[in-house]
Design a protein around this ligand. Structure first.
Ligand code: GSN
Length: 223
């Protein structure tokens, strides 16, 4: 039997967090090798382990996979989180990418330059997009088909990525779902799937939102 997937990234959410989420939702245990210095990142590059000299990198099934989306799609395909046909897959991809676009704006925020006032402005703009662009789409999808999950009435990559995006958005504004009753119920429902419930418990591989020290540590590895 193949060993556990091994994740190579920093000890922060960043681009690895959706991969942690998806493996956890699939009920797959994994190991993490945190990159803690410039030297460790350089070594991975020099050893030829990073196809494009970038992380995330995941060792899985004898491969050294890079590119976040490629990794997510492989995991989704392998663990039946990617729909039953091409059209379901297309919907899953569209919904996932919407959730990722929202989530990435939030993920990047602490790493951006600018004073507190500029960051506050940016946060407001993200929340406007969340409630004006992204959440209405997902609320409508749930309303129109009346099912428990976004696509095909079963858990998919899209649900896992949307829940992640909902929770990170709520970290910016706790009542951000107040005008989205179906999404609120959906959040509770998906959060209670046993594998996901476990991932949401303290002590799981889920990483906290980066504090100033974490941002500083990661920046030092790059610059
Ligand atoms: O999605 C992906 O995995 C790639 N399209 C982008 C990966 C990426 O940008 N990785 C960064 C660190 S994670 N930050 O967001 C990286 O490894 N940068 C080092 C470099 O030399 O580009």
């Amino acid at each position: 039997m193949a060993g556990k997937p091994k994740l190579h990234y920093f000890n922060t959410r960043g681009r690895m967090e959706p991969i942690r989420w998806l493996l956890a939702a699939a009920g797959i245990e994994f190991e993490e090798q945190y990159i803690q210095s410039k030297g460790e990142l350089e070594k991975l590059k020099q050893d030829g382990l990073l196809l494009f000299q970038q992380v995330p990198m995941v060792e899985i099934d004898g491969m050294k996979m890079v590119q976040t989306r490629a990794i997510l799609n492989y995991i989704a395909g392998k663990y039946n989180l990617y729909g039953k046909d091409l059209k379901e897959r297309a919907l899953i991809d569209m919904y996932s990418e919407g959730a990722v676009d929202l989530n990435e704006m939030i993920m990047i925020l602490p790493f951006k330059q600018g004073d507190a006032k500029e960051k506050e402005k940016e946060k407001t703009a993200i929340l406007e997009k969340a409630t004006g662009r992204y959440f209405p789409v997902f609320e409508k999808v749930l309303k129109d088909h009346g099912q428990d999950f976004l696509v095909g009435n079963q858990l998919s990559k899209a649900d896992v990525q949307l829940l992640e995006a909902i929770l990170t958005t709520e970290e910016l504004k706790a009542d951000v779902l107040s005008k989205f009753p179906l999404l609120k119920a959906y959040k509770t429902r998906i959060s209670n799937i046993p594998t996901i419930k476990k991932f949401l418990q303290p002590g799981s591989p889920r990483r906290p939102a980066p504090d100033e020290k974490t941002v500083d540590d990661v920046m030092k590895i790059f610059y």
